[in-house]
Ligand binder design. Structure first.
Ligand SMILES: [Zn+2]
Length: 345
């Protein structure tokens, strides 16, 4: 085991970034650099020495020094820790990052971006001629305005031909997990993209029924969904894509962790916000993740108790007065958090 707090302290992220070949430029109290993780032309990556983290506004990459090294060298966090401690400096670069389910494709971001964009555009155009899918979304509390704003789509056949017509490489689409031996993998799924500046950088596809796997992801690093448009000082942290759609549809700044497995980058990224409302599912996994985030984030974390009998935010979103109910939950959570901070002080 490694003492990750000690590693973060002993290896300042700015020093490691410079040692890794990045040119940092101080601007307005921050350090900016050209991002090594996407086809960056003007500096989009910000290094935050105070919170020992970084974040790229171009591609959404972000995290602590361990995340930075593991992303740069395509290693696990353990190996990144070893690299930083100088134990295995000659370590060979791996060909793939180990992942729970699917391997992450090693695709040139400049080649992937137009294909992801085209797939999202193709599937989004198909959504509006699918009454059954629109009914499914409506039943889950996702209206047409939310669907349009977040560029939701539906997987229909024809993407492979469409890509060819656009002069895009089907081989790259295979590596991204859009196609498998020419067969289209997202057919029959609601497509939910992660947008950074309106541009899709990743998406997931959800089946219309509950058979597993309910979600299928593009083979690109899993983002914190919605982070690209979560500006401001407060954010609501949700668990799944539909919890996020519900909350964002109500007009709140929200992100989805896409599960309860906390990644090293999650905490660092959430530290950018002054108030982090934790509205995860009302089950054991959700409660455990809430507790861990509360410990790691300190005073900025504000756990939100959903109304009794509600399993998750999307469940609340399906109720006619869901928004008002959730607003009451947020106000109560904030009141409780302030009261306990006063007690502690
Ligand atoms: Zn980037």
């Amino acid at each position: 085991m490694y003492d990750t707090d000690a590693i973060r302290r002993d290896h300042p992220i700015a020093d490691v970034a410079v040692a890794s070949g990045l040119q940092l430029r101080p601007t307005g109290g921050r350090l900016v650099a050209v991002c090594p993780f996407h086809g960056d032309t003007r500096p989009s990556l910000i290094v935050y020495p105070r919170t020992r983290s970084y974040y790229c506004f171009g591609c959404g990459a972000g995290g602590d020094v361990l995340d930075f090294v593991s992303r740069l060298h395509n290693t696990s966090f353990k190996e990144a820790a070893a690299l930083l401690q100088g134990l295995r400096l000659s370590m060979p670069v791996k060909t793939a990052r180990p992942q729970v389910s699917e391997a992450i494709a090693r695709v040139d971001p400049a080649m992937a971006a137009p294909i992801v964009e085209e797939a999202v555009a193709f599937y989004a155009a198909a959504l509006w001629s699918q009454p059954r899918v629109l009914s499914y979304l409506a039943a889950r509390g996702v209206g047409r305005t939310t669907a349009r704003r977040h560029r939701l789509g539906f997987g229909v056949r024809g993407l492979a031909d469409d890509l060819r017509r656009q002069g895009l490489d089907p081989e790259v689409a295979e590596q991204l997990g859009l196609l498998r031996e020419g067969r289209e993998r997202f057919v029959g799924r609601v497509v939910i993209p992660d947008l950074v500046g309106g541009r899709p950088t990743w998406f997931t596809g959800r089946r219309l029924d509950d058979r597993e796997p309910r979600y299928l992801n593009l083979r690109l690093p899993k983002p914190i969904l919605g982070l690209g448009s979560a500006t401001g000082e407060a954010v609501v942290v949700t668990e799944g894509p539909f919890d996020w759609l519900t909350t964002a549809g109500w007009g709140f700044r929200a992100v989805a962790l896409l599960g309860t497995q906390l990644r090293a980058s999650t905490v660092a990224v959430l530290e950018r916000f002054e108030e982090v409302y934790l509205a995860l599912d009302a089950d054991d996994a959700g409660r455990e993740a809430t507790e861990e985030l509360r410990q790691r984030l300190g005073d900025r974390a504000i756990p939100v108790q959903l109304p009794a009998g509600v399993a998750d935010l999307n469940g609340l979103g399906c109720q006619p007065d869901g928004r008002q109910g959730f607003t009451r939950c947020l106000l109560e959570a904030s009141r409780v958090a302030r009261a306990s901070q006063r007690t502690a002080a």
